[in-house]
Write a new protein. Structure first.
Length: 119
């Protein structure tokens, strides 16, 4: 049974930082591309960042580029998202997701962690 469990969310003031973690189990983590997504109230889920299975490649949404950094530790089956210079518009539920090397779509999703940025 595959599980992705996010943690690290919380309430932070604008300009602050948070580090999200996502621990995976039940899959060969090193063979999965891992992504971060978010969904704000009343809005559709949107892509935030992605990291390749080897960590050789990362890609970010324009809205977070330069502020967020995605990393992974394949030995710990964990992907991280360091978020700095947070803005109120970053408020959302953040989800991690994984997709196998041959897949176009994300197969597995976590339950999400709430990030709230106050102004």
């Amino acid at each position: 049974q595959v599980q992705l469990v996010e943690s690290g969310g919380g309430l932070v003031q604008a300009g602050g930082s948070l580090r999200l973690s996502c621990v995976a189990s039940g899959l060969t983590f090193s063979r999965y591309t891992m992504g971060w997504f978010r969904q704000a109230p009343g809005k559709e889920r949107e892509f935030v960042a992605v990291i390749s299975w080897s960590a050789a490649s990362t890609y970010y949404a324009d809205s977070v580029k330069g502020r967020f950094t995605v990393t992974r530790d394949n030995a710990e089956n964990t992907v991280y998202q360091q978020m700095t210079s947070l803005k109120p518009e970053d408020t959302a539920v953040y989800y991690c997701a994984g997709k196998g090397m041959a897949n176009q779509e994300y197969e597995y999703w976590g339950q999400g962690t709430q990030v709230t940025v106050s102004s």
